[in-house]
Every structure is written in structure tokens, then in C-alpha cells.
Design a protein around this ligand. Structure first.
Ligand SMILES: *Cc1c(COP(=O)(O)O)cnc(C)c1O
Length: 334
């Protein structure tokens, strides 16, 4: 099977860059949802913890259970709130408050303009009352930016909305509440960070979608995808490769199959605008479930070492390329 190589130095480089923005490692919550953006939940949790990160963010309780010994707090974004010493739970709606177990630690998510999840600004008073009545422990209040990586004033408008939220929570008498709104794009463009925590995902894994004018922080890709040779043959001019025979050899060629396909979460793409690997080899013909063909006889090839570049070729974003990669692919830390 293909292999995902995790570059520890690059991961630590990125975390250091982010720590320069926050002023401390302790203010970084590493986002490990969706198998750590495809990098491998357990591997990345250990690396982050060894680096000195004490807060993590995951999607559900199953992910949290796998890594709970490694972090001081774990924020669970999308699961029912239960009483737990390590985990806190994002409340995305008033219904989430109704369903929460008494004694649970909760973090209220407020919708300041993204209109995806969270409680409306007008419902904050009601939500805070319900949290008290239900016997929940409010440990955090958060929001999420919808356009931190774009030019324009929206980011500033949402920031201002969140300042109002903070004031409302404080004046309702809640103490020991951590406030957080920044994702990677927001922390990278900020020069005056003054919150308790940042929730950093994509930046830690090495990517920024920000235009250079916003920020010149250099981040380094953490993931590299390689594949191993399965079989090699010599083709004569006119011989065709794979399902449908979409690729016809224009000359004599040495072609090998490599052990990566759409069954591993690799994008099938467009045969007629083929993906070009990090080493400049175009994929020949259709991607199969478990194989691709390349003009090479190397034992191992690098498919990509920059997911953002790979994503551009495939018409998507780095997040999708990485999270789509199967959990079955071995992750190796170097
Ligand atoms: C995924 C997620 C993040 C991380 O976003 P990046 O852009 O990857 O840094 C932060 N906060 C919430 C609520 C998320 O769902």
C-alpha cells in the first residue's frame, strides 16, 4: 500500500510559527479532527503533546477517547455533551443544551456571521440561562470566522460581533470562561492576538490560503504521499493502458503500476488532464481502485509533497485531498 510520511521537523516548525503569533504554546489548541486532517490521529497527537501542546480539538468522543491521556483539555466539536474531566463539548444549538448531561463541561458556540452552527447573537441570554438551569459548566465561548482568509471587511465585522458576545457573557457573571475565535487563517493575519486560545488545523499541517499581502509566515507541508511499484512492463507504440485504454503509448515506454488508487482515497481525477506527481510523472490512463500507472521503474515514487499543489491540479482544496486519504494507509513519522 501507499505510505504517508509525516515530517516531524516541519510540523514543529509550523507550531513554532503559530506560537510566535499567540505568544505561547499553551494557547494553541491543535485541531485533530478527521484523523488529524488525514495525517493520523494518534501519531499527530503524540507529536503535538511531545512538543508541549496541552489542548486538542476533535470531532467526536471516540476520537477524544483515543488521545485523552495526552492533553489537559480536549474540545469535542460534534457530539453529545457528557460529564467528563478532560473533554468539553461545543454547544451548536439550544437543542444541544437540552440534550447535554448534567455536570458536562460545555463551550457555547455563537454564530457571529458564518450561519453554519452556533447560537444566534439574540439567543445568548437565553442560552446562558438554560446552561445554568441544566447544571452545565460553561468553560468556553467560541465563534468561527467564515472569511478569515479573504480580503474585505467581513472578518473585522465578525470580530466586533464576538467582542459583544464576550461582554454579554462577562456581564452575566460567568467566570473562568475561555474565549476563542481564531482558526489558522485568522491567527496568521492577526498581529494583536489577545484571546485565550487558537484552534489551529490547516496551518499546523503546513498550509495557508492567505494572500501574501496578509502574512508572510512560511509554513512547511507535513505530509508526503508515496507509492510502491507493483509491476513493470515495456509498451510498444500504440499499446494502451488501463480501463478504457484511455492512454496510448506514443513511443516505446517502460511503465509500472504503483499501489495507490481511489480505494485508498486518492482522487480519480480526469484522465485527459492527468495528475502530475511531485517528480513530474503524469498518471497514465485511468486511476483504478488500487493502482495507478506511471512511466517509471523506480521502486518507490512520491505522489505529492505539497497537498495544496496537488489540490490545485485536482480542482479541490488541500483539506479534501488530505482528509480523503484512507485510514488504512500506513503513517510513518520521520
Ligand atoms: C476545523 C475547525 C477549525 C480549524 O480550522 P483551520 O482552518 O483548519 O485552522 C477551527 N475551529 C473549528 C470550529 C473547526 O471546525
Amino acid at each position: 500500500m501507499a505510505t504517508i510520511i509525516i515530517n516531524q521537523d516541519n510540523f514543529y516548525h509550523n507550531l513554532n510559527q503559530i506560537a510566535l503569533k499567540t505568544g505561547s504554546k499553551e494557547k494553541i489548541a491543535i485541531v485533530l479532527k478527521d484523523n488529524a486532517y488525514g495525517h493520523g490521529l494518534v501519531q499527530m497527537a503524540h507529536l503535538a503533546s511531545d512538543f508541549g501542546i496541552v489542548h486538542a480539538v476533535v470531532r467526536n468522543r471516540a476520537e477524544a477517547a483515543t488521545i485523552r491521556e495526552l492533553f489537559r483539555t480536549i474540545l469535542v466539536l460534534g457530539d453529545r455533551a457528557v460529564a467528563d474531566e478532560v473533554c468539553s463539548f461545543a454547544l451548536n444549538s439550544l437543542d444541544d443544551i437540552r440534550q447535554a448531561q448534567q455536570g458536562a463541561q460545555v463551550e457555547l458556540k455563537v454564530d457571529t456571521g458564518m450561519h453554519r452552527n452556533g447560537i444566534a447573537m439574540a439567543e445568548i441570554g437565553k442560552a446562558l440561562e438554560m446552561i445554568e438551569e441544566a447544571g452545565l459548566k460553561l468553560v468556553g465561548v467560541m465563534t468561527h470566522f467564515r472569511a478569515a482568509d479573504e480580503m474585505g471587511s467581513e472578518y473585522f465585522w465578525q470580530k466586533k460581533q464576538f467582542e459583544e458576545v464576550k461582554a454579554a457573557v462577562k456581564s452575566a457573571g460567568f467566570e473562568h470562561v475561555r474565549f476563542h475565535s481564531h482558526n489558522s487563517a485568522a491567527i496568521l493575519r492577526t498581529h494583536t492576538f489577545d484571546e485565550d486560545l487558537v484552534r489551529v488545523g490547516i496551518g499546523a499541517y503546513g498550509y495557508s490560503e492567505l494572500p501574501d499581502t496578509f502574512d508572510k509566515t512560511v509554513l512547511k507541508p507535513v505530509m508526503r504521499l508515496t507509492a510502491k511499484r507493483v509491476a513493470t512492463r515495456k509498451l510498444k507504440p500504440g499499446q494502451r493502458i488501463g480501463y478504457g485504454g484511455d492512454f496510448t503509448a506514443p513511443k516505446e515506454m517502460t511503465v509500472s503500476t504503483y499501489d495507490l488508487g481511489y480505494g485508498d482515497g486518492w482522487c480519480r481525477g480526469n484522465t485527459f488532464a492527468p495528475f502530475i506527481t511531485a517528480e513530474g510523472l503524469p498518471v497514465l490512463g485511468r486511476v483504478s481502485m488500487d493502482f495507478i500507472a506511471l512511466e517509471s521503474d523506480k521502486e518507490e515514487v512520491c505522489i505529492f509533497d505539497d497537498a495544496q499543489n496537488a489540490a490545485k491540479q485536482l480542482g479541490t482544496i488541500s483539506y479534501e485531498v488530505m482528509t480523503a486519504l484512507s485510514k488504512e494507509i500506513e503513517r510513518v513519522v520521520v
